[in-house]
Design a protein around this ligand. Structure first.
Ligand code: SF4
Length: 445
């Protein structure tokens, strides 16, 4: 939690020497608290004060990164309990298990199945982020071989999951340059696991069965010089897991309890794909930073990834598409021209219905700051002027020769003014996007 101006003032020399450019130390402290000044501007501040101020300025939940290249993931550093308070910063890392009992083609097929869990939704690419290699065999050699196969066959981030320091050491030796997240450190293996993490510069998972035991464990691991820690609550049912994950976040954010100020990881228990999807989505909502599932059915990932995308979007910035003219199919200058807004969900719904009509068309996307048709109309972001301006800007004049513009049925009321503003004939389209195919096939001419 950030320090107040008065708390900062207590750490300053209080000589009012003005070397920082401020008339008093108190004035400088107030500027620091508002992040309008930097501590280095006071040349006389003590080392002890510097350390205290730096510690207070550290984020309440540490940022932890693992993986390499384009697939390096970062997790943690959240600042609020609930999305609507501001926004969430680092989306939940979704990982899929690979058991080290798999070998040969079965192992390769499993990894390839995970690699292919990639989707497009409202113009955005969404996918899983990591592979969790599980030491089911109990063998260090099998664990190392499976980890090596994952590294060779996938560019996704790697999570190594074993209770055995020997197995983790063997697997890190094969994957160390991929910066895996390693673990699980437990009270009796904390020192050995921390040593491996330190030698290989990898983040470490701490695993315990209660919040209190986790705090004791992170204290032990931190004493070994490890700062990048991920917390795992072991052996709890979903209700207790959600309760304790919320408790950990609240303690980190509200009480600045540093021993729990780390991202969290949760494993979804085995079950059919539907059960796992529901379980994983609950964990994403509250408040797991990494969620590990044990399935590869593509249909079950789309709802999980969609929920994650919604939760981690900025509530103050709707997802938008670029305002411009989008040709659907291969339209010519006789093709229908219709407009919609640049709210992604609206645009992609309209786009898919136009595609379904099989009538090559143009969609003019008007910039309404990412709001839907009715919202933008009632907020006066969609009116005859914004539509007419968009038509000029994107050269509708030279796009089609019929001078007819189809408008959403919900804003039929703007027909008259739009006709006056553009000189075009205004055709009122359907209110619901799902009726567009019927409209284009049977009514448009
Ligand atoms: S330079 Fe430091 S000691 Fe001098 S007035 Fe500024 S804050 Fe106070």
């Amino acid at each position: 939690m950030a320090l107040t101006g008065l708390e900062i003032f207590k750490l300053l020399p209080k000589t009012n020497c003005k070397k920082c450019g401020m008339p008093t130390c108190l004035a400088f402290a107030m500027q620091l608290a508002q992040k309008r000044a930097q501590l280095k501007d006071c040349p006389d501040v003590s080392e002890e004060a510097k350390q205290q101020l730096a510690a207070a300025a550290a984020p309440p939940i540490r940022l932890v990164q693992f993986g390499s290249g384009d697939n390096r993931v970062q997790t943690g550093q959240e600042t609020v309990m609930f999305r609507h308070e501001e926004k969430f910063y680092n989306q939940t890392v979704l990982a899929v298990t690979v058991s080290d009992k798999l070998t040969g083609q079965d192992l390769k097929d499993r990894i390839e199945s995970i690699n292919s869990l990639q989707f497009e939704r409202i113009g955005l690419h969404i996918s899983v982020n990591a592979i969790a290699v599980i030491n089911d065999s109990g063998s260090a050699d099998a664990f190392a071989s499976a980890a090596a196969a994952v590294k060779d066959t996938s560019s996704l981030a790697i999570i190594l999951v074993s209770d055995s320091p020997d197995a983790v050491a063997a697997a890190v030796a094969k994957t160390g340059d991929s910066s895996p997240l390693i673990g699980q450190a437990k009270p009796d293996t904390a020192e050995a696991m921390a040593k491996i993490a330190k030698e290989n510069n990898c983040p470490l998972t701490a695993s315990a069965e209660s919040v209190e035991a986790l705090a004791n464990l992170t204290e032990k691991i931190k004493a070994q010089g490890i700062e990048d820690i991920v917390l795992n609550l072991d052996g709890l049912n979903l209700r207790d897991q959600l309760y304790n994950l919320s408790k950990i976040r609240a303690l980190a954010l509200k009480k600045t309890f540093r021993l729990l100020g780390y991202p969290t990881m949760a494993f979804v228990p085995d079950g059919d794909a539907d059960q796992q999807a529901a379980y994983a989505t609950s964990l994403i909502c509250k408040h797991s930073s990494i969620v590990v599932v044990n399935m590869v059915e593509p249909y079950a990932f789309l709802p999980i990834l969609t929920a994650r995308m919604n939760i981690f979007s900025d509530p103050q910035k709707p997802i938008q598409v670029e305002p411009k003219v989008y040709p659907i199919g291969e339209p010519d200058d006789n093709a229908p021209l219709m407009f919609t807004t640049n709210f992604s969900l609206t645009y992609y719904t309209v786009e898919s219905d136009v595609e379904a009509s099989r009538v090559p068309s143009y969609i003019l996307v008007v910039d309404t700051e990412g709001t839907s048709v009715l919202t933008s109309y009632s907020g006066d972001k969609l009116n005859e002027k914004t539509v007419a301006d968009a038509m000029v800007k994107f050269d509708a004049e030279n796009l089609v020769k019929h001078r007819k513009l189809i408008i959403p049925g919900y804003v039929a009321v703007m027909s008259g003014k739009l006709e006056e503003a553009t000189g075009w004939e205004i055709l009122v389209g359907p209110r619901e996007s799902s009726m567009i195919p019927k409209y284009l096939q049977e009514i448009w001419k």
